[in-house]
Design a protein around this ligand. Sequence first.
Ligand SMILES: Cc1ncc(COP(=O)(O)O)c(C=O)c1O
Length: 483
Amino acid sequence: MSMDNFRIPDKAIEFEALFAQMSENKKDDLDWKRGRAFCLVYYPGEEKEELIRKAYNMYFTENALNPMVFPSLRKMENEVVAMVANLLHGDEGVRGSFTSGGTESILMAIKSARDYMAKTKPEITVPEMILPATAHPTFAKAIKYFGVKGVYVEADKNYCASPKNIEAAITENTILIVASATSYPHGVLDPIKEIGKIAKERALLFHVDACIGGFMLPFVEIITNKEMPFDFRAEGVTSISIDIHKYGYAAKGASVVLYRTAELRKHQFTVYTDWPGGIYGSLTMVGSRPGGTVAAAWATLMGIGMDGYLDMAKKTWGATQLIKEYINQSTDLILMGEPAMTIVAFSSKTIDIFELADELSIKGWHFERLCEPAGIHLTISQIHEQYMSEFIADLDQGIKQVQANTIKQITNKIKVGVMRRLVQVLPEGLIAKIQSSFSGKAAVKSDRIAPIYGMLGVLRGTEDMDEIVLDLLDKLNTPSPKK
Ligand SMILES: Cc1ncc(COP(=O)(O)O)c(C=O)c1O
């Protein structure tokens, strides 16, 4: 395909026509304003969003790369990090950085851990990081980027990290333990206190990934009047990642990585003083940074306040209780683990959960499909207070539809069975098939993809599967031919 079709227009397009085209293009996107997104989007409502947009736009052009030039940005950035550290019970020794998201926060924490331990324990040449199988894939990225060996340990039957398994995996090369507060797939809280104790006793670093839970757990503690010391209250915790652009409701591109000591954070920074262009110092992965994300995060924290967050957390908690009650009384659905806050995952022993997922997708809902064991994941946010009853009604109807649809289920089972055999003899043909199913728009939008998920379960964790996903990423990130 020639890129000639994608020339920058010789003559600028009228702005009005452009916006009309963009609105038209958006028509197929997910309807998050009607609560259809059980992941990806955190919408605080119109009034708050207006505040966040305004703050973003005030710093739309400024670059947060050089803190000397925009002292107002530096002040806001430092205050955001300090407010977040305070939320997570950090003392005056705690230091942190503002980053572009959970991924960057985690990457920075692992890089700092690696470099800090290289200095303090130089005898370790192949550093190891122990992490539960449920840890976010960003840690797999860090393993690939930073040459740290990942030692994955099985979670317990409630999908929580197992201190016993972690302890058993410690070797003389271990530098770091990872746990989640909460985990993304099942929304369960790993036993941070117990793991922290192990880390402290064995003089290891311990990172808590609170990207998803950091702005929800503190409010659930207030709502339930039950302490969940997942943060710096737990001894042994040496770093934490926490996203403001998730349950903090800030504009996308806002997260914080915190360290228990300034010494640990220093290993995150990059300094290069031998450049003809001048002395270069950089805090995190990125160079130029949008001033807007910093300003918007600051305005979000200040403009929502603890009372605003508590109010939104109560709505979210209420919606979570509704779906949990529905699942608990259902004879078809099973709650996966014990959700610590407002993420719920469920599976089924009586029906094919991916068939049910298809029914819900067709009705316009968007959520995650979990593998091994198969399940449906919902990240509930404040907007779902208005839409949970509608979702439950569709869920109820979806279960009945799947039960009535036994013939289709049998057909799908046969398809999966055939594919299982094909995997053994014809992986390339299978790969082509799966790719074409996935790259079609219908499959991504709300077509029935249960059989594909069945097949993917067979290939999970294999090199074939990696190849399929690599090709898929390539396809999705190449423009489609213009009509
Ligand atoms: C627990 C956890 N860690 C890390 C991340 C990565 O965050 P981001 O997508 O902001 O890079 C996520 C995202 O959902 C998450 O849930």
